[in-house]
Structures are given as structure tokens and as C-alpha cells.
Design a binder for this molecule. Structure first.
Ligand code: SAM
Length: 290
């Protein structure tokens, strides 16, 4: 069977540089033109946009980002790929390739330095599976100056992020991501769209960052602690889960009273609570913890 140009190019680059891919770094390269197009369309780029790409790999997505955006900052952890990327983009001064770990480098400073003159900034990336949640949560929790995040991630994680209360996929990541962003599904991506082929399917989702959170909470840290506690032991009632997480297994009656006061049945399970109910709960708990 004849290989598509993008598959041949990826294989050639690997062979030319004698590179063995590292599965531990999630190195599965996207070789499907249509999926690349879907990612680019969902990113709604123009010359006034600066893009941060995490994990450019062999530069297939980077190239398309460079065609549309005003500036591209690509952060790659694998030092072996840096000279390849720098050579590929040598004649495109609006593309900067940085060698670093997206979980460690100072993203705010890098964005200010390389994307500072853009009117708006986005993250567009095919994220490594092993670090999807920490990278996403870092981008959101640090409140980087971003308009949107378009990412390809493992399909199950995308489903968890999109899940509604009361479903088995609903978890703390569903609540946390929605606190920071409006989420939408872009497309599913079967595993045969990558070289080498991973053992899981992927999906692309788009997060449009909210200017203000959808609920107001008095203490954000406590809100996220309450969310984590609510999902920590799924079979426990909310009263038991909160008592275990906040009061060493004690003060259950008092917690039951608090839950009733704020209109939440103490026998419900954490995984049925909406974002708004978690916010009410966090504000109620704050008084008990004073
Ligand atoms: N963007 C390319 C594509 O779509 O074909 C490659 C995507 S591949 C799934 C993930 C890339 O992220 C790899 O190039 C890997 O080396 C890089 N990577 C893994 N962990 C990283 C980290 N912590 N920081 C930056 N890059 C990372």
C-alpha cells in the first residue's frame, strides 16, 4: 500500500536521525491529514494569535500552526528532537523551539517572551498520554493568559472531562476543568491515525477559557479539596466521604446537618453533585473548619 506523504515523512525523519521512539514520553505521532485539519479548524487561528504547542514531536502539527498563527512557541522534552525541529523551522522566524519539560519550565515567562505581542494566546497540542491531566491542570490552575486550549488526549480522559454528574465517567477532573473552561468535543481519533500505533483511541476537545468561574466560592483551595473528597471513595455517602477527608472520620451528624441546611441530601454520593452544589458545599465547610 502506498504511504501518505506525512507517514513517509515521519518514517524518513526517524530513519535519517536513527531515532528509536520513546513510548515512555508518549511519542505517538499523528499522521492523519484530516485530523490535523480538524485540530486546526477548532483552534480558529489567525495572525493575531500566538500558539503554545506542547510536545511538537516531528513538527507535523507545528507546521500547520505556523501557517496560520502569528507566532508559535513549541516546548519539547526530548533533546534528540530539538535539532530536527530547529532545522525544519529554520526559515520561519515566528516559530520558537524550546527544549524543556512542560511540567517544569516557566510557561508564563516563555509565553510573555515569545507570544507577548499576540492579541490572544492559545494552546494547541497532541499531548503525551502519561502527562495529560497534570499538563492540562497546570495550564488551567496557573491561569495562564489563554483564550482556548485545543488538545488531543486519550479518549477515556476526554470522556471523563466531558461527563455529566451521576455518570460513571464523572470525576474530579470533570468538575475542575469546567470550573475554568467551557468544554466541547471536536472529534474522536482512532489509534490507526498514529505512528507508532498506541493501544488506546484518542479524542480532540476544545476548552474555551472562562473569564470568570461559573460559581463564586469563598475559598478556592477548599472547593477543590471538597471536590476531590467527594470522588475519593465512590461508594461512600457524601457525609462519610467528607467526614473521612476533613474530620478524621468524626463529626458525621454535624456534617449531615450542614448538608441538609444547604439543600443536599446527606446520603447522596459525591459523584452526583453538580459544580454549583460543590461550591455551596465548600462555602458551608469553610464555616465548620474555622
Ligand atoms: N505533536 C506531535 C504530533 O502530533 O505528532 C507529537 C505528539 S506526541 C503524542 C507527544 C510529544 O510530547 C512527544 O514529542 C514527546 O516527546 C513530547 N513530550 C512528552 N512529555 C513532554 C513534556 N513533559 N514536556 C514537553 N514535551 C513532552
Amino acid at each position: 500500500m502506498k504511504q501518505s506523504p506525512i507517514v513517509s515523512r515521519t518514517r524518513e525523519l526517524l530513519a535519517d536521525h536513527n531515532l528509536a521512539l520513546k513510548k515512555s514520553l508518549g511519542q505517538h505521532f499523528l499522521v492523519d491529514e484530516r485530523v490535523l485539519e480538524r485540530i486546526i479548524d477548532a483552534s480558529e487561528l489567525d495572525v493575531s494569535t500566538g500558539v503554545l504547542e506542547i510536545g511538537p514531536g516531528m513538527g507535523a502539527l507545528t507546521e500547520r500552526l505556523a501557517d496560520r498563527a502569528g507566532a508559535v512557541l513549541a516546548v519539547e522534552i526530548d533533546g534528540r528532537l530539538i535539532p530536527i525541529l530547529r532545522e525544519l523551522f529554520a526559515d520561519r522566524p515566528h516559530v520558537t523551539v524550546v527544549h524543556g519539560d512542560a511540567l517544569q519550565v516557566d510557561l508564563r515567562e516563555l509565553m510573555e517572551r515569545h507570544l507577548g505581542s499576540a492579541e490572544r494566546r492559545s494552546v494547541v497540542a497532541n499531548l503525551p498520554y502519561y502527562a495529560t491531566s497534570p499538563i492540562l491542570m497546570r495550564l488551567l490552575e496557573e491561569r495562564l493568559p489563554l483564550d482556548r486550549i485545543v488538545v488531543m488526549i486519550q479518549k477515556e480522559v476526554a470522556e471523563r472531562i466531558m461527563a455529566e454528574p451521576g455518570t460513571k465517567e464523572y470525576g474530579s477532573i470533570s468538575v475542575a476543568v469546567r470550573y475554568f473552561a467551557h468544554v466541547s468535543w471536536v472529534c474522536s481519533v482512532p489509534r490507526n491515525c498514529f505512528v507508532p500505533r498506541p493501544q488506546v483511541d484518542s479524542a480532540v476537545i476544545c476548552l474555551r477559557i472562562r473569564r470568570e468561574p461559573p460559581v463564586s466560592v469563598r475559598n478556592e483551595d477548599l472547593f477543590f479539596r471538597a471536590v476531590r473528597a467527594g470522588f475519593a471513595q465512590r461508594r461512600k455517602t457524601l457525609t462519610n466521604a467528607l467526614s473521612a477527608a476533613f474530620f478524621g472520620g468524626k463529626r458525621k451528624e454535624e456534617l449531615g446537618g450542614l448538608l441538609r441546611e444547604i439543600g443536599i441530601d446527606p446520603n447522596r454520593r459525591g459523584e452526583t453533585l453538580t459544580l454549583e452544589e460543590f461550591a455551596r458545599l465548600a462555602d458551608g465547610l469553610e464555616q465548620k473548619l474555622e
